[in-house]
Design a protein around this ligand. Structure first.
Ligand code: FMN
Length: 107
C-alpha cells in the first residue's frame, strides 16, 4: 500500500539532519521511503542515519536499510556521517541509544 504523508517536515532550514526509520521487510519503512524521496536537495548538509530493527543480526535488515537510506541521501547530495542500527530486542538497547546520541552530537 502506498502511504499518504500527512506531514512533510522541511529540511531546508537545517545544516545537520538525522533521519531514522524502523526496518520493515528487510528495508526502509514505506512511509520513510516516501518522505525521503520527496525531500528537498540535501547539498551542503551533514546527515546522520539510524534504523531500529527487531531481528538479532544487523544483516537481517539493518545493514541493507542503512545502505538504502545512504543511497537516497547521496543522490540528493547529502553528506552521510553516522550510520547506526539499534536492535530493539537487545538488553543493551538503552546504552546503544545513549551512545548513538553522543555520536550524533559530535561536531
Ligand atoms: C511490517 C513490519 C515489518 C518488519 N520487518 C522487519 C525486518 O525485516 N527486520 C527486522 O529486524 N525487524 C523488522 N520489523 C520489526 C521492527 O523493525 C521493530 O519492531 C522496530 O524497529 C521497533 O520499532 P516499533 O516500535 O515500530 O516496533 C518489522 C516490523 C513490522 C511492523
Amino acid at each position: 500500500m502506498d502511504p499518504v504523508l500527512k506531514e512533510t517536515p522541511d529540511v531546508k532550514p537545517y545544516d545537520h539532519i538525522v533521519f531514522a526509520s524502523p526496518v520493515h521487510g528487510f528495508m526502509l519503512a514505506k512511509v520513510m521511503l516516501k518522505y525521503l524521496n520527496q525531500a528537498d536537495d540535501l547539498f551542503g548538509k551533514k546527515v546522520d542515519l539510524f534504523v531500529t530493527h527487531y531481528f538479532p543480526f544487523q544483516w537481517m535488515g539493518g545493514t541493507q536499510t542503512l545502505k538504502q537510506m545512504k543511497r537516497i541521501v547521496e543522490l540528493k547530495h547529502g553528506e552521510v556521517h553516522q550510520m547506526i542500527s539499534v536492535n530493539w530486542k537487545s538488553k543493551r538497547r538503552e546504552s546503544v541509544i545513549e551512545n548513538l546520541i553522543k555520536q550524533i552530537m559530535e561536531p
